[in-house]
Design a protein around this ligand. Structure first.
Ligand code: SF4
Length: 385
């Protein structure tokens, strides 16, 4: 089964740290929706042979909650007409707190959305102001309570840690607030400074202190401890879920299932070695789609690139890296003897240090050290030269 990702490239306000593709000029929304529908109807060439059975649909962005119900409906209809969407599909909408009202929640339920991802980021007003978010903490708490009342049982929030305005005490308050509100899935992201963002500019100008990695590491440990003590499973480097509430859509990315991406900047993967992604420019995307011209670039991954992706994503999750499965999928053992010996000895030393647990042919990073998983993964990367 495959997944569908729809990128809605509009936001009402630009957050200082964000480098996702979006525009704050929303007058093209109607035309953009028509282009996305057309892209789904015609399917780009590389997508023709992928599984048409769909078990997850995810509206991300940008801010999909800026679309009205008719616009959301027309995109969903296109998905249902083009694909075989399973009956119990997970259908997620990302929404910002300032867009959430009781009426809108009822409308989203009627459209078939059964999971809501709310961009809370923090419950501290000082933090939200620093990030240039469009909502305040009271709005965030109110909309979560309302979403539960409207039967959004699968609800996730995003939180950001490692910001200069976030003390350890406030981080704990954020986590306690989320737990007390009954949240069953939390995505926690370390603040990263991306090029060409307002945050990057302010740091370079000396107006904001640079990100402190020690503070981020401390925040990560506080967060992991608090959430696991409160019944959450730390199932991926940035994701925590109560039993039965893991994100099916994201879990499919990490386990290498195929996915279709529609909309500007959306990425797609055929489940093997081919990826493609749409142009990250609203006008060029709409112009190209309307003229039936390709708006994507394709990349064919080498065996080395693909196996190292499998190592990286596997080690970020609690399911870990299943060595035999990696071998069956991509030929992990067909490296040079030297590269394979280095892989084994590096793996052994991480096991001896207690950073990796190895059982049933599966390497799993000890949750305590999962913050370092990308570094550990890169030490294990295989070479085929
Ligand atoms: S709302 Fe989300 S996508 Fe839009 S600018 Fe803020 S973080 Fe980025």
């Amino acid at each position: 089964m495959a997944g569908i990702y729809i990128h809605i490239p509009f936001c009402t306000k630009a957050c200082h740290y964000c480098n996702f593709h979006f525009s704050t000029s929303t007058h093209h929304i109607e035309r953009m929706v028509a282009a996305i529908v057309q892209e789904i109807n015609t399917l780009p060439f590389p997508a023709q042979d992928i599984d048409k059975n769909i078990e997850t649909i995810y509206f991300g962005g940008g801010t999909p909650s800026v679309l009205n119900n008719e616009q959301l409906q027309s995109i969903l209809n296109a998905c249902y007409e083009k694909f075989l969407v399973t009956e119990n599909a997970e259908i997620t909408l990302e929404a910002n707190p300032d867009d959430i009202t009781r009426e809108r929640l009822k409308g989203w339920r009627q459209l078939g959305f059964n999971r809501l991802s709310i961009g809370v980021q923090s419950f501290a007003d000082s933090d939200l102001k620093w990030m240039n978010r469009a909502h305040n903490s009271a709005t965030a708490a109110d909309c979560i309570a309302m979403a539960y009342e409207e039967r959004f049982e699968h609800l996730t929030i995003d939180l950001i840690y490692g910001t200069p305005t976030l003390s350890n005490e406030q981080l704990l308050i954020n986590l306690k607030t989320a737990v007390n509100l009954g949240i069953n899935h939390i995505s926690c992201y370390a603040l990263t400074v991306e090029e060409n963002t307002a945050l990057d500019y302010f740091i370079k100008k000396g107006k904001i202190a640079p990100v402190n990695e020690e503070v981020q590491d401390e925040h990560f440990h506080i967060m992991r401890q608090y959430l696991t003590d409160n019944g959450f499973e730390h199932y991926e480097i940035s994701n925590f879920a109560k039993p039965g509430h893991r994100s099916r859509h994201n879990s499919n990315y990490w386990s290498g299932r195929p996915y279709y991406g529609f909309g500007p900047s959306a990425h797609s993967f055929n489940g093997d070695k081919m990826r493609w992604w749409n142009i990250a420019n609203n006008v060029l995307y709409m112009d190209g789609i309307e003229k039936y011209q390709p708006v994507y670039e394709v990349e064919n991954l080498t065996q080395e690139e693909r196996i190292n992706e499998i190592i990286m994503t596997g080690l970020r999750t609690t399911d870990g890296l299943h060595i035999d499965e990696a071998n069956n999928k991509i030929g992990a053992y067909k490296t040079t003897p030297e590269a394979f010996l280095t892989f084994i000895s590096t793996l052994r030393s991480y096991i001896t240090e207690g950073k990796i647990i190895y059982k049933n042919n599966t390497a799993i990073i000890n949750s305590e050290h999962r913050f370092l998983s990308d570094g550990i993964a890169s030490d294990l990367f295989l070479s085929y030269d």
